[in-house]
Design a protein around this ligand. Structure first.
Ligand code: SAM
Length: 278
């Protein structure tokens, strides 16, 4: 209740205690997926991410500033912007920042933002380059790295199929290095994706260890759906069956396969090869 009243005005609050209810609430968002799901909020650390989030128009609930940030012009500008949008600005001590993020050397700014995802129906193939489709991705570091790489190559976004790791978990958000705020995310079930795929006008390229086609021998005419498999199980049969191509990245050494995020990066730079210029 107190938060809602303050939110309208964009209040400033000083906090020095670890047991403050707002600090507890933010710690809950860091620690537990359930809290993130129920509240629709998530935590992102750092001034760069705060600036990215604000510039990209994401909703911000709290911006916690440590002592260093309160002397930093960029942080103060970010705080003024967040406050004007109704966020509560928290002036906190360094130990409180450390407790929130469970870090010995916390960033000087920590933000709490509103989650944003799209539905498959929001995707327009005509405006699309390449969508990265991830089948049950498990590792938050992999997901964050893929979001960042997708942003780097100009992909349209990431589609997350069935049960995946939480894209708004702090480890994933960290690994995106701010790209989370620029890359649309879609969540859906495999059945919904199979129905959506039927109307897709471009290539649907699956990566598979039993693929017989070299990934460099395909013509990637966008819009492309690039399908990547789960870290342990690979691409499910159900999803492999709806691909127009199943490709493999040739390997020479003893490794059975490559890390999912690395394989995604190799594929993305090939798919988008003709669009990337120095
Ligand atoms: N044991 C799994 C399997 O049999 O598919 C390995 C999965 S691999 C670690 C995770 C995902 O990365 C794969 O599903 C595929 O999307 C991609 N991948 C990894 N190495 C690849 C390669 N050499 N060629 C094509 N895709 C690859």
């Amino acid at each position: 209740m107190e938060f809602k009243q303050n939110q309208r005005q964009g209040a400033v609050k000083q906090i020095t205690s670890h047991t403050n209810p707002i600090v507890k609430e933010i710690k809950g968002l860091v620690a537990q997926r359930r809290h993130r799901r129920d509240s629709g909020l998530f935590v992102a650390e750092g001034l760069k991410l705060a600036t990215d989030a604000l510039d990209a128009g994401w909703g911000v609930r709290y911006l916690a500033l440590g002592p260093e940030a309160r002397e930093n012009d960029i942080a103060l500008t970010a705080a003024a912007k967040a406050k004007a949008r109704g966020a509560m600005i928290l002036e906190v001590s360094t130990p409180v920042l450390g407790a929130i993020t469970r870090r010995d050397n916390p960033q000087m700014v920590v933000g709490v933002y509103e989650q944003q995802t799209l539905a498959l129906a929001d995707i327009n193939p005509k405006d699309s380059t390449t969508w990265i489709v991830l089948d049950r991705v498990r590792d938050p570091g992999n997901l964050g790295t893929i979001i960042r790489t997708g942003d780097a190559v100009g992909a349209s976004g990431v589609i997350l199929i069935d049960d995946t790791t939480d894209p708004f978990a702090v480890e994933c958000v960290r690994a995106t290095m701010g790209s989370l705020f620029h890359m649309p995310l879609v969540r859906c079930t495999s059945d919904e994706f199979v129905a959506f795929r039927k109307k897709w006008p471009g290539p649907v390229v699956g990566t598979h260890l039993s693929g017989t086609k070299d990934y460099r021998d395909v013509k990637y005419k966008e819009p492309v759906l690039l399908m990547m498999g789960n870290e342990q199980a690979g691409l499910s049969d159900k999803l492999a069956d709806i691909c127009s191509e199943l490709v493999k990245i040739p390997q020479a050494g003893q490794a059975d396969s490559m890390n999912l995020a690395v394989a995604t990066a190799v594929m993305l730079f090939e798919v988008r090869r003709n669009y990337l210029k120095l």
